[in-house]
Design a protein around this ligand. Sequence first.
Ligand SMILES: C[S@@+](CC[C@H](N)C(=O)[O-])C[C@H]1O[C@@H](n2cnc3c(N)ncnc32)[C@H](O)[C@@H]1O
Length: 255
Amino acid sequence: MRDPSLRRSLALFRAFLREQHDPEHCYSLLARDAVAQVALHIGLEGRIVVDVGGAGGHFTEEFRRQGAHCYLFEPDTRALMSRGHIPEGAVSADGYLLPLRDAAADVYFSSNVLEHVADPETFLSEAVRVTKPGGLIYLSCTNWLSPWGGHETAPWHYLGTDRARARYLRRTGREAKHKVGVNLFPLHVGPTLRQIRARQDVLLVSARSRYWPFLPGAITRIPGLREIATWNLLLILRRTSTPTAQPNFPRKARA
Ligand SMILES: C[S@@+](CC[C@H](N)C(=O)[O-])C[C@H]1O[C@@H](n2cnc3c(N)ncnc32)[C@H](O)[C@@H]1O
């Protein structure tokens, strides 16, 4: 499906609406779509890809289908087991501290994880560390003021998180899975873009709405409106080759 296009956005939206009843269809479609977005920037055949916060492994599987060597890192065992089995070759690890050497990956991929970490800047620093100079970093997140920002309590998060959680409990009889300050952190488009542009170790290749059918890049450039209309922020970064610090040897004292 062409990206961006109304047909694609509608197909993804319909799949999201059926996510609870048919997660396989929803996440397989999303994985095909996201991997195609990555492939626009880098050939995948034979590449080393790390899928951080990859949950049940749909994205990892799709990367492998496209010829990449993909490794899944996920700290939550329940998320890893969400399809009834642990995805092949998955590693239980936190994105803040990946068990990888520097510059191990051609592609660092993390879909909808950034809003679940308390310190996105440190999380990004770890992404940069494990990515090769010239390599690609794909990050997406549902920003807080997006109509979907409150996740399962959306759009009632606009009225306050306590009220939104109370409403969810009343309606479903269950506590909402996501709690602000515990496993969901308000993330905003403007400050996130400013933080990234201030870094020397990455180049912002593209900042766009991940799912929007029209002018997905233009939306992220309009202050105020972008906080609501972006819906889900997709960042494509290129790891720059920052000069390594030279050791500072003391000069020999002249006789
Ligand atoms: C909304 S799910 C996204 C799953 C999948 N990437 C997707 O796009 O469908 C967020 C995932 O991030 C994971 N996560 C949360 N904190 C993390 C961290 N510090 N490091 C790596 N993954 C983390 C969660 O366990 C969860 O699987």
